[in-house]
Ligand binder design. Structure first.
Ligand code: FEO
Length: 393
């Protein structure tokens, strides 16, 4: 379905209401997503990005209803990942000689995936494409979130096309951020940042500051996922600057897995201890075997400190904890504190191993953790409460 943004720009993307997993199984998209593609019709006609591969034919057929494909003068590929480039093969079969403007790294990623000798025009920051009344300026944005990423700025209209930057996985019948439920919008915006962009915080900050120094008039930010930022587009830029700066709220998240509930009982007693000394702190308890990993990572991202718990099994910790710790390590978080806890029957190595893993993941570990044999009794629960108190302090 096409949607007019202004006299020159039309949304020609795909709303994917049923998407529940993204990046394979890595990212849970509870509210679906969109693949935003934008058609600019000035004296020249330009298409910015396409859609995910399963919708390639639908995309091209819809585009044909909008324009004669022969009128497309240029395709701009801001990033090579398949959710944006998936319809390129289907499209380029119809317009094989049309130039594709992209970064030199995107030539690599697109050639590596599609093995086609398309008419690539590599561009760098500051390169421009005049399309009649408007000029498009390209801004390389490496590691936001791939080395091949770039943004495109449309003068006159003041539109920044930002590809994955400032996006959200949020399917909607609406086009603009100011039209949807505010809680949904910001939940999906921070979830997207935490799970996709968090490892690149320094680069996010530097790129935004570089763009702000250009003093470009900005009326709209058009990302390639989710809603368009129209009213006060600076609001998402301000949030990104905050999130990119070792972000933390007054929150402690306790994540654990458990075999026979002993580690769960420890988690709950520790939470009581934390709350007994700090009434204002938000304490979240999440079972990594039951809670969604995308939500867990988002809560870890928001936290000033985390506690990780697992019983010892086969001289190590449980696999759901191992998996989430690997993902947390990949987030490259800084400025957060951590400790570990867990029950054991015989050997009890898990807590020591968790402490080492947390250090490797970049956390400031506060102590040696707490391990307890078998099932906590009243005295052991009191130790957990005291552990929670000390951790909170
Ligand atoms: Fe939305 Fe990195 O692709």
């Amino acid at each position: 379905m096409k949607k007019k943004i202004n006299e020159y720009v039309t949304w020609v993307g795909k709303t994917d209401w049923e998407l529940k997993k993204f990046h394979g199984d890595e990212f849970t998209t509870t509210q679906g997503s969109t693949y935003n593609s934008y058609l600019i019709q000035d004296e020249k006609t330009v298409l910015i990005d396409t859609v995910w591969l399963p919708y390639d034919r639908e995309f091209v057929n819809n585009l044909k209803k909008e324009i004669d494909l022969g009128k497309i003068d240029a395709v701009i590929m801001q990033h090579g990942e398949v959710d944006h480039s998936g319809a390129l093969t289907e499209l380029m079969e119809q317009i094989p000689n049309v130039p594709i403007y992209c970064t030199q790294n995107a030539v690599k990623s697109l050639t590596g995936q599609y093995h086609k000798n398309w008419n690539f025009v590599p561009v760098k920051t500051g390169d421009t494409l005049n399309i009649g009344k408007h000029t498009l300026t390209f801004i390389e944005a490496p590691m936001l979130h791939w080395p091949d990423t770039m943004f495109t700025y449309m003068d006159g209209e003041g539109i920044l096309f930002s590809n994955d930057g400032f996006g959200q996985h949020l399917a909607s019948e609406f086009l603009y951020a100011d039209e949807v439920n505010n809680c949904d919008l910001w939940k999906q915006a921070i979830t997207y940042y935490a799970n996709i962009l968090a490892p690149f915080g320094m680069m996010v900050k530097n790129k935004i500051n570089e763009i702000l120094k250009l003093n470009l008039p900005l009326t709209m930010i058009c990302p390639s996922h989710g809603l368009i930022w129209r009213k006060n587009p600076e609001q998402i830029i301000e949030k990104y600057l905050l999130w990119a700066d070792n972000y933390k709220e007054n929150q402690i998240t306790i994540i654990y897995d458990t075999m026979w509930n002993s580690t769960r009982k420890m988690a709950e007693a520790i939470a009581c201890g934390i709350q007994s000394v700090d009434k204002d702190v938000t304490v979240k308890i999440m079972n990594t075997a039951k809670d969604d990993k995308t939500d867990v990572l988002t809560e870890v991202f928001k936290s000033k400190a985390i506690l990780v718990g697992s019983p010892t099994v086969n001289n190590g910790y449980l696999y759901s904890i191992a998996g989430i710790l690997e993902m947390i390590k990949g987030m490259k978080l800084k400025g957060k504190k951590a400790s570990a806890f867990g029950s054991y029957g015989w050997s009890g190595e898990a807590v020591g191993q968790l402490i080492e893993s947390l250090k490797k993941a970049g956390f400031e570990v506060t102590d040696d953790g707490l391990k307890q044999p078998w099932t906590p009794d009243a005295e052991m629960k009191e130790q957990c409460i005291e552990f929670g108190r000390n951790f909170a302090k």
